[in-house]
Design a protein around this ligand. Sequence first.
Ligand SMILES: [Fe+2]
Length: 165
Amino acid sequence: MQKLPLILKMMTDYNAPDLKRINHALKVYGMTEYIAFGENLSDYESLVVKAAALLHDIGIHEAEKRFNSSNGIYQEQLGPQVAEPILEKAGFNKEEIEKITYIIAHHHTYNIKDNKLLRIIIEADLIVNIDEGEFGPNADFNRIKNKNFVTETGKRLFDKLILNK
Ligand SMILES: [Fe+2]
């Protein structure tokens, strides 16, 4: 199984020299792996969600170039077209690419609750974004958890890393 290392390499090369964005993707990948393992995903689901983790913010440079903004809406809009050729090159099939690009296109759309793989990416991204200071130190973290966390593993991880600090 060389698909994920290939995605990791292409994500890194695409973002270089932007180490901050590369590190963000790697951190979200790590948290995704943790939650995916805890939720007993199948190998197929695990592959899809981990590829989505590595590529979830891949549209950010295009968004900055075209709209002068890293706003989530533009990332969602532009991410899939950047991700698609990368996924094809790494050997993902059409169905997998559809699932992964769907997650990329909705990873800031917090009201879709019935797609478990999307929820895992949202949970992993939120934990990393909080650590990176996006919400400031005085945010209502209980509210963030209650509104956005769906998986049991994600909730427990949030308690461990954010609420019980
Ligand atoms: Fe992100």
